[in-house]
Design a protein around this ligand. Structure first.
Ligand code: PMP
Ligand code: GLN
Length: 386
């Protein structure tokens, strides 16, 4: 029998996260590649999930999500961003931000539509855009500040542009877009009459006293943006795969039509626990930032002491280095393979996040790990390169 495969997925290599995690296991390396925290997550949120599983409803919940979670998302949007949201017509729960992205792309793209993407980008974006029939158009950002210019943005826009897919704070660049850059995107989206899918999974991982500004809060953007969040990131429970979308009813409706045939729903006990979690007091959210910021500083300072040029990190779980800074002759892929095999520390090559004109000199480390793990990784790198 001839094997059948869709060419978009069939011709793709395995995702870099799986490849590097596997290599890390084979070599007993400390895995700072794939982005996930190594803690247990907040105990009370875990208990809420356990209690809801034992005492609660374990059959299909409503397609758009449990009312308690949709209300909690609306309350969260009001509390953190001053956004007034009708939970019944403007909030949908998804199986992770990944499913929210897939439903948004499938629900909004008509084959042939052009989609503006900002690279470096999360590796799931391009295959999902293509599978939905969209034609990717890239805006390339470059270190050290990954600055967005009006010229670069305009060059990616055409009369066929229908959607922008925008991640802020940006994985893997660890960049928070400035107010000026957000205004540029908003103006361009309005001028092109495009919808902006806003991947804001790292909204609660922003450092140095800065506040995350959702694009949906900018003038004229309320009816043009879908705001996507993830409990995986906000509660350091990446295996949970609970996401949420906030959008005006006319935008959310077609997205919910895709969602109904992709997953229909998301485990109810996890939804219930996330509803509880989103209602936690300000101290929870402040402590998460303080803890992650301290880890960023610990790890970035350690890398700098070894002699690496460390790029600025304003948010996310990630810190980047220039692989040339310690005189490494190869590219980022060779560097990440080398340190995994020979130094015992795994990282992710940032070229994997580009689709055109890949930057090949930057490696990404995840610092959302126990201090002992970070110190252990720094010791290994220092011993190897010192
Ligand atoms: N978008 C970005 C930018 C991410 O880094 C991740 C992390 N895995 C996701 C989406 C997916 O989030 P989730 O695990 O909630 O599907
Ligand atoms: N978002 C995570 C990262 O950037 C990985 C998610 C995954 O493994 N699919 O590392």
């Amino acid at each position: 029998m001839t094997a059948t495969a869709n060419p978009i997925f069939g011709n793709m290599p395995t995702t870099v996260f799986e490849v590097m995690s596997r290599l890390a296991r084979e070599h007993g390396a400390i895995n700072l590649g794939q982005g996930f925290p190594d803690g247990t997550g907040p105990r009370d949120v875990l208990e809420a999930a356990a209690n809801a599983a034992i005492d609660g409803w374990n059959q299909y919940p409503p397609m758009l999500g449990l009312p308690e979670l949709r209300q909690a998302v609306a309350a969260h949007d009001r509390r953190f961003y001053g956004l007034e949201v009708d939970w019944q017509s403007e909030v949908m729960v998804t199986s992770g931000a990944t499913e929210a992205l897939a439903s948004a792309l499938l629900g909004l793209i008509t084959p042939g539509d052009e989609v503006v993407l900002f690279q470096p980008l999360y590796d799931a974006y391009v295959p999902m855009v293509r599978r939905a029939g969209g034609v990717p158009r890239f805006v390339t950002l470059a270190p050290p500040d990954w600055r967005l210019t009006a010229e670069a943005l305009q060059a990616a826009i055409s009369p066929k542009t229908r959607v922008f897919l925008f991640n802020n704070p940006l994985n893997p660049a660890a960049k928070m877009f400035s107010a000026e850059e957000l205004a540029l995107i908003a103006e361009a989206a309005r001028a092109a009459d495009a919808v902006v899918i806003c991947d804001e999974v790292y909204e609660h991982l922003v450092f140095d006293g800065n506040a995350h500004i959702p694009l949906i809060t900018l003038p004229g953007m309320r009816d043009r943006c879908l705001k996507i969040g993830s409990a995986g990131k906000t509660f350091s429970l990446t295996g949970w795969k609970v996401g949420y979308v906030t959008a005006a009813p006319a935008l959310l409706a077609p997205v919910s039509k895709a969602h109904q045939f992709l997953v229909f729903t998301t485990p109810p006990n996890l939804q219930s626990a996330v509803a509880y979690g989103l209602g936690k007091d300000g101290a929870y959210f402040a402590d998460l930032i303080a803890e992650m910021q301290a880890k960023r500083d610990r790890f970035a300072d350690g890398l700098a002491r070894i002699g690496f040029d460390v790029l600025p990190c304003g948010g996310t779980y990630f810190v980047n280095i220039d692989v040339r800074s310690i005189g490494f002759a190869g590219d980022d892929v060779a560097f990440c393979r080398h340190i995994t095999e020979d130094a015992g520390v795994a990282a992710i090559p940032v070229s994997a996040f580009y689709h055109e004109d890949a930057l090949s000199t930057v490696a990404r480390f995840c610092f959302a790990k126990a201090d002992t793990v970070l110190d252990g990784a720094l010791e290994r790198l220092a011993a190897h390169f010192g």
